[in-house]
Design a protein around this ligand. Structure first.
Ligand code: ATP
Length: 542
């Protein structure tokens, strides 16, 4: 860091790392997290008048590791090479908050069907005394059953307002949509008024409006509370204006760090190849991107039989209407993007298709011309034998410490257990030629990581694992819900997208993703508007 040779004012220094190496544990053979020592890195409180670094973004292929180091994980060697001077006197564990969104930590690990069933058994959408309400989740009253004092209530109201959660405050936390839940988790992390807030992929799964709102709100709270903030972003992501310092971590360690404008040249040089790949990818995806509005009638008239059809479907949660008279014809083999702000009903729609949603059995839809209703000889397992899926909910259910990459992928071959059962072993001999071909396209990754535990994989390889698991049986219908979000190795993402175009031509694909370049090329778009009348429109890309 430039100018870092000066020893700065200790009282406002939150974190100082000097000539430190980091290890997972203290055993002699434990490998270093980064081969090179970190020579110097500092974070200051934002109200420090000397304009010292308080708002950082960490970029680069090893950003998550550096965030762990900053947040106090791993063991520093020598011991005092990483210190938190400002916190040292009266340190409380909640002074540092570290959030990553890979899991739904702190919440029940429930699969979608359980989410809807529990709602059904609870019977109420909103309960002011609901222990597991969003509001209680943010204050912590759900865990400790503590009485929350008025000051905290006032502060919580501010947080609810800033993160647009007021209208959701009495809902049961597990019924929130992914984007809503992420906002709630950020609000919760601020409820303890931390000195240092570290968030990996803060905008993951947020729609563009929510991204902007969360960014502004984070800055505002940090000013009010004097909280320093570190955000882990991908090189391709937009860096908020208020971030004034950048650190870049690669496999060797901290490559450079400093003021945003001062590291500009180094950053440009380091990300040249990543940006080159990104530009080619975007050009490919945008080749045909003019959406023209179409109707269900026109979809019925094309020469391909409908695969899935929604017929006047309606879904409401105790007065909260999500779908009203919803009709959608999905031709066999067509590729769709489903787009809509957080909470507009994308996941609900997919859970109808996967039969996780109870409404799914009430003649609201048909697949291959067969109406789905109870007593029609179709079971939940029949439905899911033909569906492959990757989603954040499934990601959270992976037994990450016990299963390897290869085991998780083969698990996708197991029949008659639904898609969320990770325990059953898939058999290598059940691989078809298609399955073998798919795996051979990623042999380079499997050779290195195939026998690694899921937890030890990078986020890119975790997402790749779930993608391969979803397609290995060659499903008739493939559901990709945020399947490529936070994949930072875009070359791997492109290989997955290419595979969809070349090897899954006859498979119907439904994709959800808020970021354009994370979505494979699609023929059609379903746009949900989330307004009072639950409008939606269908488009064809030309
Ligand atoms: N079981 C439930 N009980 C009550 N409300 C629910 C339930 N499940 C979902 N909701 C509400 O229904 C709305 C739609 O949720 P859904 O998860 O389908 O949205 P989404 O479009 O997938 O959002 P995101 O982009 O955030 O993932 C949200 O407002 C959510 O709070």
């Amino acid at each position: 860091m430039r100018g870092s040779s000066r020893i700065l004012n200790n009282s406002n220094c939150l974190l100082r790392i000097q000539n430190a190496v980091f290890k997972k544990d203290t055993t002699k053979l434990s490998p270093r997290i980064f081969p090179n020592p970190i020579s110097h890195f500092e974070i200051y409180r934002p109200n420090d008048r000397n304009n010292h670094p308080s708002f950082w973004t960490v970029l680069g292929p090893e950003k998550s590791q550096l965030l762990q180091v900053i947040s106090g994980n791993y063991i520093a060697d020598p011991p005092l090479s990483r210190v938190y001077p400002h916190l040292a006197k009266d340190f409380k564990y909640h002074e540092i908050q570290f959030l990553n969104f890979r899991d739904r930590s702190g919440l029940d690990k429930v699969h979608m069907s359980a989410r809807y069933e529990t709602y059904a058994s609870k019977g109420e959408l909103e309960m002011s005394d609901n222990v597991n309400s969003v509001k209680n989740y943010i204050t912590g009253a759900n865990n400790y059953n503590v009485k929350v004092d008025t000051q905290i209530i006032d502060y919580t109201s501010q947080l609810l307002n800033l993160f647009n959660l007021e209208h959701l405050q009495n809902k049961w936390i597990n019924t929130l949509s992914n984007g809503q839940l992420r906002r709630a988790r950020i609000a919760k992390s601020l409820s303890s008024k931390p000195s240092l807030l570290i968030i990996d992929d803060p905008f993951l799964g947020l729609d563009p409006r929510a991204t902007d709102m969360v960014s502004k709100s984070l800055y505002r709270v940090s000013q009010d509370l004097g909280t320093s903030i570190v955000l882990g972003l991908r090189v391709q992501d937009e860096i908020p204006q208020w971030i004034d310092h950048i650190a870049y971590a690669d496999e060797n360690g901290l490559k450079f760090s400093g003021k945003r404008d001062e590291v500009f040249d180094q950053l440009t040089e380091s990300v040249k190849s990543i940006e080159g790949v990104h530009e080619i990818h975007e050009r490919h995806l945008n080749k045909h991107k003019n959406p023209i509005e179409i109707t269900n009638e026109s979809l019925r008239q094309i020469d391909i039989a409908p695969h899935v059809e929604f017929n006047n479907a309606s879904v409401a949660y105790r007065g909260l209407v999500i779908f009203k008279d919803f009709n959608w014809v999905i031709p066999k083999g067509s590729k769709w993007r489903i787009l809509g702000d957080n909470g507009t009903g994308k996941t609900t729609l997919l859970s109808l298709i996967t039969a996780d949603h109870p409404q799914s059995w009430r003649s609201v839809m048909s697949i291959n011309g067969i109406e789905r209703k109870t007593g029609n000889g179709i079971s939940f397992f029949d439905v899911n034998n033909r569906i492959g899926i990757s989603s954040p909910e499934l990601h959270a259910l992976v037994p990450e410490h016990t299963k390897t990459m290869y085991e998780i992928i083969l698990n996708g071959l197991v029949k008659d257990v639904g898609n969320s059962n990770f325990m059953m072993k898939g058999k290598q001999e059940n691989l078809t030629e298609f399955g073998r071909n798919v795996l051979s396209q990623f042999q380079d990754r499997l050779d290195i990581y195939g026998n690694s535990k899921f937890t030890d994989l990078t986020i890119t390889d975790q997402k790749l694992t779930l993608f391969l698991r979803a397609i290995i049986k060659k499903p008739e219908l493939l559901i990709l819900d945020e399947a490529f979000s936070c994949m930072d190795d875009e070359e791997i993402m492109i290989r997955c997208h290419d595979l969809i175009e070349t090897d899954l031509k006859d498979v119907t694909v439904l994709t959800i993703g808020h970021i354009d370049w994370e979505v494979p090329r699609c023929d059609y778009l379903l746009r949900l508007y989330g307004d009072e009348d639950r409008h939606y429109k269908l488009f064809k890309y030309t």
